[in-house]
Design a protein around this ligand. Structure first.
Ligand SMILES: [Cu+2]
Length: 160
C-alpha cells in the first residue's frame, strides 16, 4: 500500500508508475511509523477481496479500513481501471429485503476500523470492462477528503 500526499489531479503517469511499484510489493503488513515518518495520516487497507464476475457485469470490493491516526477522515470516492463507474455503496435490510444505496461518503473516525463487507458497506464495480477471475488482482484507489489517496491491488476470490 502506498500513501500519496497528492490530490486527485495527480498526473496519470505518476499513478501508473505507482501501480507498477505496488505490483512488486504485495504485502498487507502496515508500514511501521518511525520518528522521521510522522504523519497525520495512518489509514490502512487489510483483508481486501473482490468478487469474481464477467465483463459487463457488476462486482464488489470488500476490505477493512483502519484509521490508526488521531484525525478522522472521510472516504469520498473510489476508482479502478476495470470500470468507469465505481461507487461507494451500503447494503441494509429494509422491510425484510436487502437493498443497497450509493453513499456520498463514509466517515472513518480516528482510531477506528470500518468494515466493508457483504451486507454492509462495499465498493460497487458497475459494469466491469474485463472478466474478473479468481486469482486475478485489480487495482483499487480510495480518495479521502483530507487529500490522501490509497492505492492497493485487491485479489479476486470467492468469499473468504
Ligand atoms: Cu452495491
Amino acid at each position: 500500500m502506498t500513501r500519496l500526499a497528492k490530490r486527485s489531479n495527480t498526473p496519470l503517469l505518476f499513478i501508473a508508475l505507482t501501480l507498477l511499484m505496488i505490483g512488486c510489493e504485495r504485502t498487507e503488513t502496515p508500514s511501521t511509523r518511525t520518528a522521521n515518518q510522522v504523519s497525520d495520516w495512518d489509514m490502512n487497507i487489510s483483508e481486501a477481496w473482490v468478487r469474481p464476475t464477467k465483463a459487463g457485469m457488476m462486482s464488489a470490493a470488500y476490505f477493512n479500513l483502519s484509521n490508526q491516526g488521531a484525525t478522522a477522515d472521510t472516504l469520498v470516492r473510489a476508482s479502478s481501471t476495470v470500470s468507469d463507474d465505481v461507487q461507494i455503496h451500503r447494503s441494509y435490510q429494509k422491510d425484510g429485503l436487502m437493498v443497497m444505496e450509493e453513499q456520498p461518503f463514509v466517515d472513518i473516525a480516528s482510531n477506528s476500523v470500518r468494515n466493508f463487507a457483504p451486507g454492509g458497506y462495499h465498493i460497487m464495480i458497475i459494469n466491469s470492462t474485463i472478466d474478473l477471475t479468481e486469482g486475478d488482482e485489480i487495482p483499487m484507489t480510495l480518495f479521502f477528503s483530507s487529500g490522501m489517496i490509497l492505492e492497493q491491488m485487491m485479489p479476486v476470490r470467492l468469499q473468504p
